[in-house]
Design a protein around this ligand. Structure first.
Ligand code: PLP
Length: 383
C-alpha cells in the first residue's frame, strides 16, 4: 500500500546525506573527544567542526552552543538551569498555556520547588499577545519562556517583540525554537534571546540530539554532573555521530529554508483547496492563525468525525497524520493547546494535525484531501 507521511512535526526521516555523514563516523571514528591521543583529538575536531556549523546556522558563537540529547533536555536545562543559577529557590517565571510539555512539566516541577509560574493565555488563533506578557511581569520575574512556533497548530509567536520587552526589564528570555528551526530563518544574534532550544530530528537529522544556545554571560546551572564536557555545562561523552549528523542537517535546512517555505505553502494550499472543493468551506475548520503560521503545520477539525476514528481511517488508507496531543492508554487526551484557544467542544474532539516535509508532493496532498473527504462523508452519514 502506498504510504504518505504527514507527521513531520513529530519526527522527520533522516536525510540521506546526514545518514552518510553519520555512517562514515560510526564506521571510521570511535575515539572519545576527551582523550588526549590521536583518536580523541580526531573526535574532538569532529565535535568542534559540527559546533561551528550549527552555531553558524543559528547565528551565534560556537562557545554559546551546547549539545544535548534533544529539545526536551534543552528546555529542561534552560528552565532549571536559569532558575537554579539564581541561588535561591524562589522567584517568578512567565510562560504560556500552549507550550510543549517539556516546558510545561518543567514549570510545574519548578512550582513544587517553590518558584511561582504564570501561564499566559493565548487568543483563538493560538497567539500570545505581548501586552499579556507585559501585564504578567512582576518585580521578581526572572525568566520568560515561550515557543517560537507551536507544534500543534503552527502559530508563530511575536518572539522579537517579547524578547525586547524582556531585555528592557532585565528578564532572561528563553525560546523553544524546536518547530521553527528549518521553517524560519533564525538568528540568535538578531533576536533578543538569551536561551534557545533546538532539536535535530525535526530537520531531517537524527533523533536524540539537540542543542541549547546560551548567550555569552548567561548563568546556567548544569543538570548533569560528571566530566568537563561542554565547558562544564553538560557532562557526558558527546554523541559524536549524532552531533555531526545534526550539523549536516542544519546546513541543509538553513540553505533550503526559503525554498522549503514555497514548497510547504503550495502543499498547504493544495490540501486546503482540495478539501474545500469536496467538503465545502463549512465542512472543516482551520485551527490556528491564517496570518502568523508555519506553512508545514496544518491543524484541521472535521466536526462530527472523532479524532481517533479519523486517524485510524486515515491510517488504513496509508496516511500517517497526528492528533497533535498525547495519546494515553488508547484514548486521545484533549489538546491543551486547542483548549487554551477556547475552541468549541466539537472542534476539540475532531482535530487532526497534518505536517509536511521534504518528500511530500502535490499529488500526495490531492490524494490526502480526497481520502479525508471520503472518510468524513462516510462518518457523518453514520449519524
Ligand atoms: N519543544 C517542541 C515545541 C516540540 O515540538 C518538541 C517535540 O515535539 C520538543 C520541544 C521536544 O523535542 P525532542 O523530541 O527533541 O525532545
Amino acid at each position: 500500500m502506498k504510504r504518505i507521511y504527514v507527521d513531520h512535526a513529530a519526527s522527520t526521516p533522516v536525510h540521506p546525506e546526514v545518514a552518510q555523514v553519520m555512517m562514515d563516523i560510526m564506521t571510521g571514528q570511535f575515539g572519545n573527544a576527551s582523550s588526549v591521543h590521536a583518536f580523541g583529538r580526531a573526535a574532538k575536531r569532529t565535535v568542534s567542526e559540527a559546533r561551528d556549523v550549527v552555531a553558524a546556522s543559528l547565528g551565534c558563537l560556537p562557545e554559546e552552543l551546547i549539545f544535548t540529547s534533544g529539545g526536551t533536555e534543552s528546555d529542561n536545562l534552560a528552565l532549571f538551569g536559569a532558575a537554579f543559577a539564581k541561588g535561591r529557590k524562589n522567584g517568578h517565571i512567565i510562560t504560556t498555556a500552549i507550550e510543549h510539555h517539556a516546558v510545561l512539566h518543567s514549570c510545574s516541577e519548578l512550582e513544587h520547588l517553590g518558584y511561582e509560574v504564570t501561564y499566559v493565555p493565548v487568543d483563538h488563533t493560538g497567539r500570545v499577545l505581548p501586552e499579556e506578557i507585559e501585564a504578567a511581569i512582576r518585580p521578581d520575574t526572572f525568566l520568560i519562556s515561550m515557543m517560537y512556533a507551536n507544534n500543534e497548530v503552527g502559530t508563530v509567536q511575536p518572539v522579537a517583540q517579547i524578547g525586547e520587552l524582556a531585555q528592557s526589564r532585565g528578564i532572561l528570555f528563553h525560546v523553544d525554537a524546536v518547530q521553527a528551526l528549518g521553517a524560519l530563518p533564525i538568528s540568535c544574534r538578531d533576536l533578543p534571546v538569551d536561551l534557545l532550544s533546538v532539536s535535530a530530528h525535526k530537520i531531517n537529522g537524527p533523533q536524540g540530539v539537540g542543542a541549547l544556545y546560551i548567550r555569552r554571560g548567561t548563568a546556567i546551572q548544569p543538570r548533569l554532573y560528571g566530566g568537563l564536557q561542554e565547558k562544564q555545562r553538560r557532562a557526558g561523552t558527546e554523541n559524536m555521530a549524532g552531533i555531526a549528523g545534526f550539523a549536516k542537517a542544519a546546513t541543509i535546512a538553513t540553505a533550503s529554508v526559503h525554498g522549503r517555505r514555497a514548497h510547504d505553502l503550495s502543499l498547504r494550499s493544495t490540501l486546503l483547496n482540495g478539501l474545500e472543493e469536496r467538503l465545502g468551506s463549512d465542512g472543516f475548520t482551520l485551527n490556528g492563525s491564517s496570518e502568523h503560521f508555519l506553512p508545514h503545520i496544518v491543524n484541521l477539525s472535521f466536526p462530527g468525525c472523532g479524532t481517533e476514528t479519523m486517524l485510524m481511517n486515515l491510517d488504513m488508507e496509508g496516511i500517517a497524520a497526528a492528533s497533535g496531543s498525547a495519546c494515553t492508554s488508547g484514548s486521545i487526551e484533549l489538546s491543551h493547546v486547542l483548549e487554551a484557544m477556547n475552541l468549541p467542544e466539537d472542534v476539540l474532539r475532531s482535530a487532526i494535525r497534518f505536517s509536511f516535509g521534504l518528500g511530500n508532493t502535490t499529488k500526495e496532498m490531492e490524494y490526502v484531501a480526497e481520502k479525508i473527504a471520503t472518510i468524513a462523508k462516510r462518518l457523518r452519514n453514520r449519524h
